[in-house]
Write a protein that binds this ligand. Structure first.
Ligand code: HEC
Length: 154
C-alpha cells in the first residue's frame, strides 16, 4: 500500500514536471533528434568498418561524427532544461578525440576499448538528460541489426 502511494506521488510529480516544461523551441531551431540519428548511424558504421580493418572508412565516419559533435556544441542547445551543447562539449568531444588516436594508429585493440567508452558516453548523456531508455550498443548482428538495445532497462 505504502509503495503504491509512493509510486502515485512519483507519477504525479513526473506528470507535473512534464507539463511545466517549456516548449521545445530550442530544439526546433537545431534538428537535435536528426543529429542524434546521424550520430547513431555513423557510430554503427564506424564500429563495423573498424572491426574489419577498413581504417580509411572508419576515419571517414569518425570525421562525420566529429563535425556533428562540433555543430552540437556550437548550437548552444538547452533542451527540456538540459544543457545539451555543454554536455556534448564536456562528455562526447573528448571521447571523439580519444577515438581519433586509435583510428590514426590503426590499432584494433585500442579502438575496441575506446569505442566501448565512446558508446558508453552516448548512454551516459542519455541518462543525464532523462533519456536513459535510449541505449546505444556496439554493432552485433546476432542481437539485432541496430546498434541499439531496445529492451526495457534491466
Ligand atoms: C549531450 C547529451 C547527449 C549525447 C552526448 C548524446 N546524446 Fe543522443 N540524445 C540526447 C537527447 C537529449 C536525445 C533526445 C532528443 C529529442 O528528444 O529530440 C537523444 C536522442 C538520441 C537518439 C534517438 C533518436 C533516434 O533516431 O532513435 C539516438 C539514436 C541517439 N540519441 C544516439 C546517440 C549516439 C549514438 C550518441 C553518441 C555518439 C549520442 N546520442 C550522444 C542526448 C545526447
Amino acid at each position: 500500500m505504502k509503495t503504491t502511494h509512493a509510486l502515485l506521488l512519483l507519477a504525479a510529480s513526473l506528470a507535473f514536471t512534464a507539463c511545466s516544461r517549456p516548449p521545445a523551441a530550442e530544439a526546433e531551431a537545431f534538428d537535435l533528434v536528426g543529429a542524434m540519428g546521424d550520430l547513431q548511424r555513423w557510430t554503427d558504421k564506424l564500429g563495423r568498418a573498424a572491426e574489419v580493418g577498413n581504417w580509411p572508412l572508419a576515419d571517414f565516419y569518425l570525421h562525420e561524427i566529429e563535425e556533428t559533435t562540433e555543430a552540437l556544441v556550437a548550437a548552444g542547445i538547452v533542451y527540456h532544461d538540459q544543457p545539451v551543447s555543454q554536455l556534448t562539449g564536456a562528455m562526447l568531444e573528448p571521447a571523439v578525440h580519444v577515438l581519433e588516436n586509435a583510428v590514426k594508429a590503426r590499432d584494433a585493440e585500442l579502438f575496441r576499448r575506446d569505442y566501448a567508452t565512446f558508446v558508453q558516453t552516448c548512454n551516459a548523456c542519455h541518462a543525464a538528460t532523462d533519456f536513459a531508455f535510449i541505449r546505444i550498443t556496439a554493432p552485433d548482428v546476432a542481437v539485432n541489426p541496430w546498434n541499439q538495445d531496445f529492451r526495457p532497462a534491466p
